[in-house]
Structure formats: structure tokens, C-alpha cells
Design a protein around this ligand. Structure first.
Ligand SMILES: C[S@@+](CC[C@H](N)C(=O)[O-])C[C@H]1O[C@@H](n2cnc3c(N)ncnc32)[C@H](O)[C@@H]1O
Length: 204
């Protein structure tokens, strides 16, 4: 349940208002827009896979960038409201299960993605150690899925929280990708300590 403070902050949140005006399902859309401005991750016609995509703000932002000749596969354990965008395919899947790679490759006809985004987050308990470990489990799993789903020279954008284990993940990313950066999005909530690994130029 969101707290009263969370609800008050959300009401005052300018990104939330802007998202509503611009037809986005969530303010998260602006995190991809910022990453795109800073790193140029996507071009028209690209294929994007997003893990932890419900309700769909980032998927909509990706859909606008890649255009009708591109494709976005939005994956979440929750059921999506149908998208009006014809280039978004929604899949209801748990990314901790084994069938994610095969299901996504099935809808992509065997093609791999130019960019994999993971915005997956657990349901937070408020107990920091528990939340950090659960977040890390989702981030690491997203990294593993990207190993199979992202094409050579492709990129990832993975949500993470700072913790000791994250340093190990940074090492893995540096081994697999030519360039690894960190993005602290301006549209992050004031109370959040999230950041995104942006890794570009997959080596295999
Ligand atoms: C911050 S929200 C995502 C916001 C979304 N990216 C957007 O642009 O609107 C985090 C999402 O991660 C999803 N999630 C958490 N664990 C998951 C799992 N094991 N498999 C798939 N999705 C998961 C949650 O259901 C939730 O919708």
C-alpha cells in the first residue's frame, strides 16, 4: 500500500502530470527519453525488449522512438491493459522463470534485440536489506536474459540499487560490453536510490 506521504508527493510530481498530458502510462517514460538524449541508444526500426514493463510508460516511449518499422516487446508478471500502439507486443511472464528467452524469441521470430531494458523492481517491504537483495536478483536475472536476447553490438539499460554485489555486476558488464556507464535519471523519485547501468556494444 502506498503511504500518505507517497501519495502527496505523487500529486505534486511534475513528471506525473506531464506523463498524463503526453499520453504516457507512467513517468518512467522520461527515464528512457533521457537515456536516449544522452547515449543515443535507439534508432528507427530497432527491436526493444523491456522486462518489468507494466504499466507501460517506457515501452510507449520506446515505441515512439523506433517508429512503426520497429518493435517493442513489453514483459511483466502483471497483466497489461491492451496497448493502442501497434508496434508493442505485451507478454505476461515472470522473468525469474525459465521460459522468458524462448517466449520472447518466439514472438520476435528468432531475431535478437538492439536494446534490452530492465525496469523490474520487487514489491518493496521497507526493510532495506531485503529490498536490495530482491532488486539485485531481478537485475542479475535481467543481465543473464540479455546475454541470450541482445544481438552483437546491442545495448542494455538495467535498473539497479547500490550494494556490494552491484560491483560484481559492473565487472560482468565490462567483460561483455565495450562501454559501461551509470545513469541517475532526473525523473527518479526523490526518495529513490535507483540508477541504471547503460552498457553498449555487446561483444558477442
Ligand atoms: C517500476 S515498475 C515498472 C514501470 C514500467 N517500466 C513503466 O515504464 O511503466 C516495476 C515492474 O517490475 C515488475 N516485476 C517485478 N518482478 C517481476 C518478475 N519477476 N517478472 C516480471 N516482472 C516483474 C512489477 O510487476 C512492476 O510492474
Amino acid at each position: 500500500m502506498p503511504t500518505r506521504r507517497w501519495i502527496e508527493e505523487a500529486k505534486r510530481d511534475p513528471y506525473r502530470r506531464r506523463a498524463r498530458e503526453e499520453g504516457y502510462r507512467s513517468r518512467a517514460a522520461y527515464k528512457l527519453e533521457e537515456a536516449q538524449r544522452r547515449f543515443g541508444l535507439l534508432k528507427r526500426g530497432d527491436i526493444v525488449v523491456e522486462l518489468g514493463a507494466w504499466p507501460g510508460g517506457i515501452a510507449q516511449a520506446a515505441s515512439r522512438i523506433v517508429g512503426p518499422e520497429g518493435l517493442v516487446v513489453a514483459v511483466d508478471v502483471r497483466e497489461f491493459k491492451p496497448f493502442e500502439e501497434e508496434n508493442i507486443i505485451a507478454l505476461q511472464l515472470d522473468i525469474l522463470e525459465d521460459n522468458v528467452v524462448s517466449e520472447v524469441l518466439r514472438v520476435l521470430g528468432g531475431k535478437r534485440a538492439d536494446l534490452l531494458i530492465s525496469d523490474a523492481s520487487p514489491r518493496f517491504t521497507g526493510i532495506r536489506d531485503v529490498d536490495v537483495i530482491r532488486q539485485y536478483e531481478l537485475t542479475l536475472r535481467s543481465y543473464e536474459i540479455a546475454g541470450s536476447l541482445v544481438k552483437r553490438n546491442g545495448s542494455v539499460m538495467l535498473k539497479a540499487f547500490d550494494c556490494e554485489e552491484v560491483m560484481e555486476l559492473a565487472e560482468k558488464l565490462r567483460r561483455d560490453y565495450a562501454v559501461v556507464k551509470r545513469l541517475v535519471p532526473q525523473a527518479r523519485r526523490k526518495t529513490s536510490s535507483e540508477f541504471y547501468f547503460i552498457a553498449m556494444g555487446k561483444r558477442f
